[in-house]
Structures are given as structure tokens and as C-alpha cells.
Design a protein around this ligand. Structure first.
Ligand code: ADP
Length: 395
């Protein structure tokens, strides 16, 4: 069976086609600048060069039609007929408290998604538009929604509630939700496989470190805490997001700049970018640090220190830790980050072998063979999780 996986942003649409008989990717692509001048589709049939199509793409419906046309193309397509598509899976950012697992899309689910939209105003409306565009193009193909928040729904109330008046939780749903759940789920399950032990026996800290970053404490297969919250802004230092700050810093900046500008400052002008003054990309910050730039060195230290603090906190929250997993753009690729985060964790039972750490983008155990806590790099694969859930839930 072939499954199309879609990840819709406000002006973009990423996709992959899987052959679920062997879980291989047949084609993938990206539509950029939807509704903006210069829109284009970049489509790759696996094993061939990417093909770029420049076209006016005013909305997601046109984007979906263009993607389906590429999938049927005689040269770069991977389908003879759209009937070969068994189902379509969508990444949906926010499932609120309504969704603790993936679901088949129905009219009732669409209504629930619309109820969750105010919780993720930048993301959920785009996800809904993507589902509606597929419904219009492929009315008889089942669709499944896979939520970034779902895996975190197992958190206990004392971890997900904020100590603000209860009415904000009861009436406005203000609580910790957490994000990157699909990634935390994938790498924690894979970690158990690598260790050859049932996940129910393990206490795992998963570090998803990319442009956006979050950690999760996964005890016995269930999330007990995670570093992002009501929104993807808190937690560790990120590319442009501030991570944890004293909430009074927010009111202080807001009194000066107004609420909307404050939101932009904390989401888009902070983090590595704000501290280094150079870039949101850790590669640039690392280059600056290596050339002796003090602000870059500080930004790097702040990021790795914030990750280390969360590891300590989550080891305490779970009463121990068996494995620490690094994943996503930084976790998979930055040996320096992995070293700076793990140095000094010997007291927890972490014994590193840094000679095994100097690589990028592979699955590998980087702790010493006699380390009590295993430290593992696992490339994440959120699209594969979405494809698997879609196969399971669509019928
Ligand atoms: P997103 O959150 O947008 O999905 P990714 O998981 O793709 O982000 O991570 C992107 C980030 O990974 C980049 O901004 C960059 O900082 C970091 N990164 C990628 N490769 C390297 C590398 N070799 N060294 C350090 N950082 C890297």
C-alpha cells in the first residue's frame, strides 16, 4: 500500500510517498511560498535529481493539485493512478486535550481540530486547510491526523498544570501540552529496540534539538514531563526562541514594546540569534565560537547548559535514567553539543567515549560500554511514524 504524508505550514507543504510494503520512501518534495510571489514546487523521485517547477500557487488546494500531478508524472512520478494511494496522513501540530493518539479524520474530528485552532493559531489553520485540500482532490481516500502534542498527553496533572488561577486551565485550556511528540515517541521506541529491552522497563530522556528544541522524560513508555509548554516557546535555548525566562521579563518587555512585538521578539529574535547577534543556526554560532567570538561562545554555552539542566531535572523526576537520546538537526549532527551537554554528567552514571562521538546523522551509541546510562544518537523520522499510524488507523 502507498501512503502520502503531508506536513502543511501556513505558506508551505512538505510531502513524502511511502511504499508501506517495505516502508521505503518513493518520492518527496516541498511546495514553498504558497500565496506569495515566487512560489515553487521541488519534487524528488528517490534515486533521481530534484525537479523544480515555478508556478503561481495561490493556495493549498492548488499546491495539492500540483503535488498529485507530479506523483502521476510519466518521468518523475511514482503512481500510475491516484487509486494506488491507500491513505493520506497529516502532521497536525495541536490536538489539545482532545487527542491522545492519532485519529482517522471524520467531520467530528474536523470540528475538534477547529476547536483546537486557537491554541496554535500559526499552525493548526494550515493543517486544516491541508486536510480540506486533500478531501477536495481525493474524496474517497481515508485521511489520518497525527498530532505533535498527543504523545505528551500522559503527563500527570502536577507536571502539566501551571500554578496560575484554575480558571485559566478550566476556561481557556492554559496548561503544558508539549510538542515534537511524534519524534519523542519514535526515538524512545527505537532506543528500547537498540537496548534490546521492553520500553516498559526503561527511563529515557529524549533530547530533540533542532531549530526548535524540546526534551521529554519518558518513563516506562509514557511521557511524564516535557520542556515545551502551552506553546513551543519555553524550555531550552533555541534558534530564535528564548526558552525559559522569568515570566516578569515578558511583562517588562510587553510594557515597553506592546504584546505583539513582544511575541515577535521572544519567538523570532531571541535564543541563539538574540544572544550571539550572529545567527540562529548553530553551525554559524559554532564557527564564531571557534574564531574567538565571546557572544557566540556564550550563546553556545547557554544552549548546552540549558539542556544539561533539563537532563538533571528529568533524571530526578523519573527517579533515575537508563538512556539519554540525542536527535534532530543539532542532536544528530553536532558532536560539540553532545560533548558539552554530557560533560559533567558522570555523577548520574554517564560515562562517555568521546572518540565515538565525532560523526553526523547516524544511529550510534556514544557512551562507553560500561556506562550505566547509555547515550545514543538516533536520527528521528517523524514522517515514517505518520505513515505507520496512517496505515494502522485509516481502515
Ligand atoms: P527544525 O526544528 O526546523 O526541524 P532541524 O531539526 O532541521 O530543525 O535542525 C536544524 C538545525 O540543526 C540548524 O539550524 C542547525 O543549527 C543544526 N545543525 C544542522 N547540522 C549541524 C551541524 N553539522 N552542526 C551543528 N548544528 C547543525
Amino acid at each position: 500500500m502507498k501512503i502520502l504524508v503531508i506536513n502543511c505550514g501556513s505558506s508551505s507543504l512538505k510531502y513524502q510517498v511511502f511504499d508501506m510494503d517495505n516502508e521505503s520512501v518513493l518520492a518527496k518534495g516541498l511546495v514553498e511560498r504558497i500565496g506569495i510571489d515566487g512560489s515553487r514546487l521541488k519534487h524528488t523521485k528517490i534515486g533521481m535529481d530534484a525537479v523544480v517547477t515555478e508556478a503561481a500557487i495561490p493556495d493549498h488546494k492548488v499546491a495539492v493539485d500540483l503535488v498529485l500531478k507530479s506523483l502521476l508524472d510519466a518521468k518523475v512520478g511514482v503512481l500510475k493512478s491516484l487509486d494506488e494511494l491507500g491513505a493520506v496522513g497529516h502532521r497536525v501540530v495541536h490536538g489539545g486535550e482532545e487527542f491522545a493518539s492519532s485519529v482517522k479524520i471524520t467531520p467530528a474530528v474536523m470540528n475538534a481540530l477547529k476547536r483546537c485552532a486557537p491554541l496554535a493559531p500559526l499552525h493548526n489553520p494550515a493543517n486544516i486547510i491541508g486536510i480540506e485540500a486533500i478531501t477536495a482532490a481525493l474524496p474517497s481516500v481515508p485521511q489520518v491526523g497525527v498530532f505533535d502534542t498527543a504523545f505528551h498527553q500522559t503527563m500527570p496533572d502536577y507536571a502539566f498544570r501551571y500554578a496560575v488561577p484554575e480558571r485559566y486551565y478550566k476556561e481557556d485550556h492554559v496548561r503544558r501540552y508539549g510538542f515534537h511528540g511524534t519524534s519523542h515517541r519514535f526515538v524512545s521506541a527505537r532506543c528500547a529496540e537498540i537496548l534490546g529491552r521492553p520500553i516498559e522497563e526503561l527511563k529515557i530522556i529524549t533530547c530533540h534539538l533542532g531549530n526548535g528544541s524540546s526534551l521529554a522524560a519518558v518513563a516506562h513508555g509514557k511521557v511524564v514531563d516535557t520542556s515545551m509548554g502551552f506553546t513551543p516557546l519555553p524550555g531550552v535555548v533555541m534558534g530564535t526562541r528564548c526558552g525559559d525566562v522569568d515570566p516578569s521579563v515578558v511583562t517588562f518587555i510587553a510594557q515597553r514594546e506592546g504584546a505583539e512585538k513582544t511575541d515577535t521578539i521572544l519567538n523570532k529574535e531571541s535564543g541563539l540569534f538574540g544572544v550571539s547577534g550572529v545567527s540562529a543556526d548553530l553551525r554559524d554560532v559554532e564557527e564564531g565560537m571557534n574564531k574567538g567570538d565571546a557572544k557566540c561562545a556564550l550563546a553556545y554555552k547557554m544552549l548546552t547548559y540549558s539542556v544539561k539542566k533539563y537532563i538533571g531535572a528529568y533524571a530526578a523526576a523519573m527517579g533515575g535514567v537508563d538512556a539519554i537520546v540525542f536527535t534532530a538537526g543539532i542532536g544528530e549532527n553536532s558532536a560539540t553539543t553532545r560533548q558539552m551537554v554530557t560533560e559533567g554528567l558522570e555523577f548520574l552514571g554517564v560515562k562517555m567515549d568521546y572518540s565515538k562521538n565525532n560523526f553526523r546523522g547516524e544511529e550510534r551509541v556514544i557512551s562507553a560500554p560500561d556506562s550505566k546510562v547509555k547515550v545514543i544518537v538516533i536520527p528521528t523520522n517523524e514522517e515514517l511514524v505518520i505513515a505507520r499510524d496512517t496505515k494502522k488507523m485509516a481502515f
